[in-house]
Design a protein around this ligand. Structure first.
Ligand code: SF4
Ligand code: SF4
Length: 349
């Protein structure tokens, strides 16, 4: 692994101190607004008819800012990025300037795209919701699990060293299936698996309004089931000790325990788990219509079709937003499920 330059590290420290973005190591792009799954915990697919997508011109237009801000990694998120017919052209534009590309995908079409993925995408993160029956039920798509598994196995056969990790949102419908999810991840050959609780309260993921209570209840773990969630977590901490120790489970034991505390906090049983986040200082989100957000959950600050990314991120309003943002007390941050805390020393190369 190549070390990052001292100057880049300095720029990352300076960003945290001044709230002006000098270095932006991570950029999250949403190349396509639609999705090929119909998950119960997400409203993105309900807006599939209002298709928006990033174009070659959008990505080429970002390059000057990405270079100026020393961007190291682009995470392609969604919707399902592979639905963008020009997805691999977008990847090539980024790869040509030395930016690492990671794809977060449903995995439904990774088998048919394997040849290009292996060349133009550095690693994959696949969403996994349960064993075969449960994954298909949550995804609301027949054979979703089989296609995902076949795709992972196909890519691993061609290049066993290619990194594919799993990501699971734990909620009411799948917490009892948790051990099976770990077992299936191993069986299909994933390198690592990561868990987070469901975001039931924010406007992210295309929700025009935060979910109302009946909708929240579909995936929020009810208070009377919390002891069972606790038992499942205790079981994991004991039975899967090796997987915590060797990093197959990405989170620390404490973070997994905090998934219980996150759900318990909805009933006032404890505070929401403490977390640090510097996402708006080290990353940004560019949506399929070009809107730029400081993170998935905060309001848009501009649009790359109207201004350069660097200018949007360092406008007086954006700098003031970061200066006044206290992620320990902001109500959206307190309940946030996917915070990011990247140290200036963390090497993404
Ligand atoms: S959660 Fe992800 S995979 Fe499921 S519908 Fe939403 S965007 Fe698609
Ligand atoms: S804690 Fe969540 S909502 Fe707050 S800045 Fe970080 S990613 Fe955004």
């Amino acid at each position: 692994m190549v070390g990052q330059s001292l100057y880049h590290t300095f720029k990352r420290y300076r960003t945290l101190q001044t709230h002006r973005i000098s270095a932006l190591p991570i950029v999250i792009l949403m190349p396509h607004s639609a999705c090929n799954c119909r998950c119960v915990m997400c409203d993105i697919w309900k807006d599939n008819k209002n298709l928006k997508q990033l174009t070659e011109a959008d990505i080429s237009g970002l390059l000057a800012s990405l270079k100026q801000l020393d961007t190291i990694q682009v995470l392609m998120s969604g919707g399902e990025a592979l639905l963008n017919a020009n997805f691999f052209i977008l990847c090539r534009i980024l790869k040509n300037v030395g930016i690492k590309v990671t794809l977060l995908t449903t995995g439904l079409s990774i088998k048919s795209h394997a040849a290009q993925l292996l060349v133009l995408v550095d690693d994959l993160i696949v969403s996994l919701d349960g064993d075969e029956a449960l994954h298909d039920a949550i995804r609301n798509i027949p054979n979703a699990f089989r296609k995902l598994k076949e795709g992972v196995e196909h890519i691993k056969r061609i290049n066993p060293a290619y990194r594919i990790t799993g990501r699971t949102v734990i909620h009411r419908l799948n917490y009892r299936n948790w051990p099976a999810i770990i077992a299936e991840s191993k069986k299909m050959g994933l390198n690592q698996v990561s868990f987070l609780p469901a975001d039931v309260s924010s406007h992210a993921f295309n929700r025009q309004q935060a979910w109302t209570e009946p909708k929240q209840d579909e995936i929020l773990i009810p208070e009377h089931e919390l002891p069972e969630l606790n038992e499942v977590i205790n079981y994991l901490l004991t039975e899967y000790a090796v997987d915590f120790d060797n990093g197959f489970i990405a989170e620390s034991r404490e973070k997994i325990r905090n998934i219980y505390h996150y759900y318990a906090a909805f009933y006032g049983l404890n505070a929401f788990p403490y977390k640090k986040c510097n996402a708006p200082w080290v990353s940004t989100v560019v949506e399929a219509d070009g809107a730029v957000r400081p993170c998935f959950f905060m309001e848009s600050m501009g649009n790359i079709r109207d201004a350069a990314l660097g200018d949007i991120l360092n406008s007086a309003e954006a700098v003031e937003f970061r200066k006044s943002l206290d992620t320990l007390t902001h109500p959206t941050c307190v309940k946030c499920v996917c915070s990011l805390n990247l140290s200036p020393l963390a090497n993404l190369n």
